[in-house]
Structure formats: structure tokens, C-alpha cells
Design a protein around this ligand. Structure first.
Ligand SMILES: Cc1cc2nc3c(=O)[nH]c(=O)nc-3n(C[C@H](O)[C@H](O)[C@H](O)COP(=O)(O)OP(=O)(O)OC[C@H]3O[C@@H](n4cnc5c(N)ncnc54)[C@H](O)[C@@H]3O)c2cc1C
Length: 382
């Protein structure tokens, strides 16, 4: 990856920076709880969409700008720099859309991609189950074909944003006789039906970002199968690789901001000259830079192979570990304010606990890096 930007890339950055400066998001709501906050993010995505900035890397025919990989990295940098909210339909934009672009039929792309971009239809990811998280292929939710449509029964858990979603990327077992990775199918399930119940799960931060899904004879038409019957494992891997690579890039930008905030907080308290804090902040700075460069390197892999590679797992692992160290250091620097409910530092500290679990646990990511990046022998399970 060549990190010197050409004229076109610099012009792209200037245009976006100018647009963001002239079109700031509405002020963050102080009342109305999570629903008002979500509506605010949805409104922001709508504004991005109207100006053609919701997902510049998407092809122009689906409402993107056909931006190059470097331009989309610049996009994440500028969005981060402007400190605007995360678009509401983040799973649709970063996971669902790119999965459909690889596996979807032309009809599916035409039908589903535009409302993902405009935030008209929100997407969630129905992969994890009570007994199938890291070992996703152990999932038990089953789908049976009856009279030309699929009937789904089972339970999903930790489904982020399900309460706002119209569509769920659902992986279900369609063949119980086949080996466990082979009997799965990837569906788009309409969340607005009687057979789907969404129950919020409250997190340590106080918010209910994710949910349980109870699915009882939900209906899915045949045309909502993505990538073919029995091919769900491969399609799900595309979603997961995009999750680690796409989110990884966006999150490392956010990590840098948080570190800058922490350095400012340390400076305010006269702690920058304290060698203990100085050392810890310098180490975080080096880590942030390494993660940034690894994220850029990840883009080279997409350029070369057309899809994110297993190296995305490395960025996700290092990001989550560094974010936890950073927020822990913040608690030392900021003091009681970081332990007081309702403050931004306490939110960051508590929310960071889930980072090493969501999107693949650190232990599992280490296995992937060991086996598929470093080529070490596969772990033998007793
Ligand atoms: C904030 C948040 C949001 C989430 N959002 C979603 C969502 O929108 N959709 C969705 O489907 N899921 C979501 N998840 C679920 C997430 O993907 C799972 O929690 C994760 O995959 C781990 O699965 P598990 O919780 O079942 O733990 P388990 O897989 O049971 O793991 C338990 C422990 O065993 C370790 N372990 C398991 N297998 C191995 C192995 N082979 N080698 C070494 N150690 C191992 C794990 O690292 C972990 O420490 C979310 C989770 C969080 C925290």
C-alpha cells in the first residue's frame, strides 16, 4: 500500500472534509433515551445518503461513488476526524451490503442495497445462539421447506440493533444429516412478522444494544436465500471477514480520537510529565500507529485478493486489547469521573469490556492468526 495520496485522493479528502464542515449533524439529543439517540443516528445517515456520502465505496449504481480502497480509507479517517455519529445502519453498510455484493442475485442487490444506504431498512446479524458463538457451525436454529417457503424455528442471542431492524442476516440449519458446516443456509429474514420476538438484553453500560430473538415458525420466501441452499457457511464467512476488516478500519480511527482525548485530559491535570503516565500514553500511541498501519495493509489484501483476508483478525484483536488498556488508563488519569455513571469515560470503560468478545473473541482470533497468517500447526482439541 502506497501511503502517498495522489491528486484524485487528495481532492476526495478535501471535498468530504468541506462537506462535513458545512453539514454538521444535528445536536445529540439529551432526552428520549436510546430510541431518540438511534433516531438521531438514522437522521445523520439519511443526510449522508442525500449527499452521496453514506458508503462511497459502493458502486454508483447502488448509490455509492465507486470509491477506491484508498478513498474509502480516507473516508473513515475524515468521518472519524469530524467526530460525527456512527451511521445507524452500520451492520447493513459494512456487513450486509458487501455480503450481498459477493453472493446476492441481481434482484437481491437491486431490492436490498438502496434502502440499506438510505437507512430506510435497518439490518441486524442473527448468527450467535445460546450454544453457538465462537463455534458458529454448531447452531441449531432450523429452517424447513414447506409449500415453497422456509419455516424457521429457533433462538438467537446478542443480536445488536434487532429492535430497530427490518432485515436479519440469519444463518439456519437446513440439513441436519449433512456435516455441521455443510447443512447451513444464509437467509434474509423479515423481522416484522409474528413468528419473530425481540427481547432486549441490558448491558453493563445500562443500554440495551443487543437482544434475544425467539423465532417460532417465522416465514422466509425462497428468493430470500443468499448464496444458495447449503452454502450458508461460506456466505457467513464473507460477512465475518467484512466485520473484522471493515469495522477494524473504522474503529482504529475512533481509538486514535479517544487517545487524543486522554492525552488532553492528562495535560489538563499536569500529568504528561509524570513518567508513569507519559510511558503508558507513549505505548498506546505506538500501538495506535501499528494498528493504523495494519489496517492500511489490510486494504492491500482486499486489493490483491478481492476480499478481506485473515489479517483483519489481527487488527480486531489488537484494537480491542488496546481499547481496554486505554480506557483503564483513563480511569487512572481522570479519576472518580471515569467511575461515575453517565459520564463519557465511564461509558467507554464499561463498553470496552465487550470488545474482546464481539466480532470474534480474542482467543479465537489468535487461533486464526496462528493458523492462517503465521501458518502454525492447527490446535489439537482434546
Ligand atoms: C457487544 C456485543 C455485540 C454482539 N452483537 C452480535 C450480533 O449482532 N449478532 C450476533 O450474531 N452475535 C453478536 N454478538 C455475539 C458474539 O459474536 C459472541 O459473543 C462471540 O462470538 C462469542 O461467542 P459466545 O459468547 O457464545 O462465547 P463462546 O464461544 O462460548 O466462548 C466462551 C469462551 O471460550 C473461548 N473459546 C471458544 N472457542 C475457543 C477456541 N476454539 N479456542 C480457544 N478459546 C475458545 C472464547 O474465547 C471465550 O473466552 C455480540 C457480542 C457482544 C459482546
Amino acid at each position: 500500500m502506497d501511503l502517498t495520496f495522489n491528486e484524485r485522493e487528495s481532492a476526495f479528502r478535501e471535498e468530504l472534509r468541506g462537506w462535513l464542515a458545512a453539514n454538521p449533524p444535528a445536536p445529540e439529543p439529551t432526552e428520549g433515551g436510546e430510541d431518540a439517540h438511534y433516531a438521531w443516528r438514522r437522521d445523520w445517515q439519511r443526510r449522508l445518503y442525500d449527499a452521496g456520502w453514506a458508503a462511497p465505496s459502493w458502486p454508483a449504481e447502488y448509490g455509492g461513488r465507486g470509491a477506491t480502497l484508498t478513498e474509502s480509507a480516507i473516508y473513515f479517517e475524515e468521518i472519524g476526524r469530524a467526530r460525527v455519529p456512527l451511521a445507524a445502519n452500520v451492520l447493513g453498510l459494512l456487513l450486509g451490503g458487501p455480503t450481498l455484493m459477493v453472493w446476492g442475485t441481481d434482484e437481491q442487490k437491486e431490492r436490498y442495497l438502496p434502502p440499506i444506504l438510505s437507512a430506510e431498512e435497518i439490518w441486524c446479524q442473527g448468527f450467535s445462539e445460546p450454544d453457538a458463538g465462537s463455534d458458529l457451525a454448531a447452531l441449531k436454529t432450523r429452517a424447513e421447506k414447506r409449500a415453497g417457503e422456509w419455516v424457521v424455528t429457533g433462538q438467537k442471542v446478542w443480536t445488536s440493533g434487532a429492535q430497530y431492524s427490518k432485515w436479519c442476516m440469519l444463518v439456519a440449519r437446513t440439513d441436519s444429516e449433512a456435516p455441521k458446516h455443510k447443512g447451513l443456509t444464509y437467509f434474509l429474514m423479515d423481522m416484522e412478522q409474528e413468528g419473530v420476538q425481540v427481547r432486549p438484553l441490558r448491558q453493563i453500560t445500562g443500554e440495551a444494544e443487543f437482544n434475544e430473538l425467539f423465532i417460532e415458525e417465522a416465514r422466509i420466501p425462497q428468493e430470500n436465500v443468499v448464496g444458495g441452499e447449503g452454502n450458508g457457511w461460506k456466505v457467513a464467512l464473507t460477512t465475518l471477514m467484512n466485520e473484522r476488516a471493515g469495522l477494524g478500519f473504522a474503529l482504529q480511527v475512533r481509538l486514535r480520537q479517544l487517545l487524543d482525548d486522554l492525552i488532553a485530559a492528562a495535560a489538563e491535570r499536569g500529568l504528561l510529565k509524570n513518567p508513569l503516565y507519559g510511558d503508558a500514553l507513549a505505548e498506546l500511541h505506538v500501538r495506535c500507529e501499528s494498528i493504523r498501519l495494519l489496517a492500511w495493509k489490510g486494504l492491500t489484501d482486499v486489493e490483491r485478493y478481492g476480499q478481506p483476508g485473515p489479517e483483519g483478525s489481527l487488527v480486531k484483536w489488537l484494537w480491542s486489547d488496546t481499547n481496554q488498556r486505554l480506557t483503564q488508563l483513563a480511569a487512572d488519569i481522570v479519576g472518580p469521573q471515569a467511575l461515575t455513571a453517565g459520564t463519557s469515560w465511564s461509558y467507554e470503560l464499561l463498553r470496552a469490556r465487550g470488545n474482546t468478545i464481539e466480532g470474534g473473541t480474542t482467543e479465537v482470533l489468535k487461533n486464526i492468526v496462528a493458523e492462517r497468517v503465521l501458518g502454525l500447526p492447527r490446535m489439537k482439541v482434546a
